[in-house]
Design a protein around this ligand. Structure first.
Ligand SMILES: Cc1cc2nc3c(=O)[nH]c(=O)nc-3n(C[C@H](O)[C@H](O)[C@H](O)COP(=O)(O)OP(=O)(O)OC[C@H]3O[C@@H](n4cnc5c(N)ncnc54)[C@H](O)[C@@H]3O)c2cc1C
Length: 499
């Protein structure tokens, strides 16, 4: 298979990110995208992880300026969990659980008491609704341990503009697939025009037109770990609420609710299990919690899982067309980044003539990456003791941990030690040991090696937490950061992600 031209089916975030990545990394390729104006895009997917800026600004070396101008993101430094027995706790992208203070013998996870409000400087900032530390000149002290919140349609707009500027062609048509010996022979428009290519990317969303429907690749369900299958979504224009620099996730009767922060809009979504609550009752619970909602709530149905392989014949699936898990850790766009970069690197290294062994490795790596996220999310459900509803009792009793089992057992026997991370985590795991510790220590999951710090250690730890508190109080809110930067009229300098 010599790849000279690529046809992408779908122009949601997945299709456009794939087209943009391939055109940027392999400019000699012809890259076309076909999308259906009638079907449109899913229009959700607004939280990201640090993989997102790394992909665009480090790997693809795009300039952040147009992204900030067109996509209008706000910064996300982590997640606030209203989850488990603590009032709240934060999982930041700054490895605060596995970090160790130089004057203490063990990592922070051992010292984070059940009544403490933060475990490091970044969770202290989030606890005080701040985003970045304040520099002496009044500007924010930026760092690259952040991700973004972005309204989906604005993200798609930026992706489309950038893709076109790089030479990607975008066609409007609803197509059907014609099968052939290699997999797909053509995509055919309603008028009968046949669109052909060497390689087809299936980014058709949940429809999975090529990989699932036409090629019949089997679907592997994650329903024994992730019981939720629907979300009701709505929001309201921001009034006086502070812009949080984190996504908030809140335990609900039959699932959980996100709160995503845009500059002018607050977006909420209740992810629930239809086996435990009806759509009507979920909507009623959602509206009780969010009486400010102004737009009409909509329900999205989904199934958690992935197709058996990402790449079959001349078809590679990207995004929802190949797998989906709920956005509890906002991982979908991260997975798309990895799918796109591994595809581009595979084509580059194989001189656009991918070999069977390379395709096999591509499939193994990307399918394991999905399973790895399923495993991490299962830990969120297995140990959340906040509510005694039938849903949460079932989660604690029946959630299958799959690949997370050895890591959880290690924690239960040894406590928040970081020794296990390298051995027990898959190479694609972006959460690291810190992610697991955040969920296990954050939810006060008991273990067999409780550590009692000496009086001197306890004093040193307290000194650190007091210092983080003082620094956080001096920190800047998202609003102040936006104003300070815009006041200087230099949005291009907002972030240099690698610094
Ligand atoms: C409730 C919910 C919340 C989410 N929250 C997050 C989050 O916070 N963070 C995150 O990273 N991800 C999140 N996601 C996932 C995220 O929305 C998607 O992974 C991402 O937007 C990619 O979608 P997509 O491009 O695969 O599909 P879509 O946006 O559905 O795009 C499919 C494209 O295919 C086209 N198409 C389909 N069939 C045809 C056809 N026959 N002919 C022509 N064109 C066709 C459509 O027109 C469209 O352009 C969430 C998902 C859901 C359901």
């Amino acid at each position: 298979m010599k790849v000279r031209d690529v046809l992408v089916l779908g122009a949601g975030s997945a299709g456009l990110m794939a087209a943009l990545t391939l055109k940027r990394r392999l400019p000699h390729l012809s890259v076309r995208v076909v999308r259906s104006p009638e079907i449109g895009v899913i229009g959700v997917g607004e939280g990201t992880t640090p993989s997102f800026p790394q992909h665009f600004f480090d790997y693809l070396k795009l300039k952040p300026q147009s992204f900030y101008e067109l996509a209008e993101p706000t910064w996300k430094l982590g997640i606030r969990f209203l989850w488990g027995p603590r009032d709240q706790y934060h999982y930041t992208f700054s490895y605060e659980y596995q970090n160790r203070q130089s004057d203490l013998p063990r990592n922070n996870g051992y010292f984070y008491g059940p009544d403490e409000a933060w475990i490091g400087p970044y969770s202290a900032l989030l606890r005080h609704n701040k985003a970045f530390p304040r520099r002496a000149d009044g500007m924010p002290h930026f760092h690259n341990r952040h991700a973004f919140h972005i309204e989906n349609l604005k993200l798609v707009r930026w992706l489309e503009t950038t893709s076109r500027a790089l030479g990607v062609e975008i066609l409007d048509a609803t197509v059907t697939a014609e099968a052939g010996p290699e997999g797909i022979a053509a995509l055919v428009t309603a008028e009968g025009t046949r669109l052909t290519a060497d390689l087809y990317l299936d980014a058709s969303g949940f429809r999975s037109e090529l990989l699932g429907k036409t090629l019949g690749v089997p679907f592997i369900s994650y329903a024994d770990s992730l019981f939720c299958d629907r979300a009701v979504i709505a929001g309201w224009p921001r009034t006086s609420e502070p812009i949080l620099a984190c996504t908030e996730v809140e335990t609900m009767d039959a699932g959980w609710c996100w709160r995503i922060e845009h500059e002018h809009f607050i977006n909420r979504g209740y992810v629930y299990s239809s086996a435990f609550i009806s759509d009507e009752d979920a909507l009623a619970e959602f509206l009780r919690k969010n009486p400010q909602v102004t737009n009409t709530p909509r329900v999205v149905r989904y199934r958690s899982g992935r197709y058996e392989r990402n790449w079959k014949g001349n078809v590679v699936g990207i995004g929802n067309a190949v797998g989906f898990v709920e956005p509890l850790e906002a991982t979908a766009l991260q997975v798309i980044c990895v799918e796109c970069s591994t595809l581009a690197d595979s084509l580059i290294d194989s001189l656009c003539d991918p070999t069977p062994s390379l395709i096999e490795l591509y499939n193994r790596f990307n399918t394991q990456a999905w399973d790895d996220i399923r495993d991490f999310l299962s830990v969120h459900y297995k140990f959340n003791t906040r509510l005694e509803t039938p849903f949460w009792k079932a989660c604690r009793a029946d959630t299958k941990l799959h690949g997370a089992e050895p890591l959880v057992r290690f924690y239960q026997e040894n406590g928040p030690s970081i020794v296990a991370g390298v051995q027990l985590l898959h190479s694609s795991n972006s959460f690291g040991m810190d992610g697991y510790l955040a969920m296990l220590v954050g939810q006060n999951v008991p273990h067999d090696r409780p550590y009692v710090p000496t009086a001197e250690e306890a004093r040193r730890w307290r000194d650190h937490t007091v210092k983080w508190d003082a620094e956080a109080r001096r920190g800047m809110t998202v609003r102040e950061c936006l104003d300070a930067l815009r006041g200087r009229g230099r949005p291009a300098a907002w972030i240099a992600p690698s610094t």
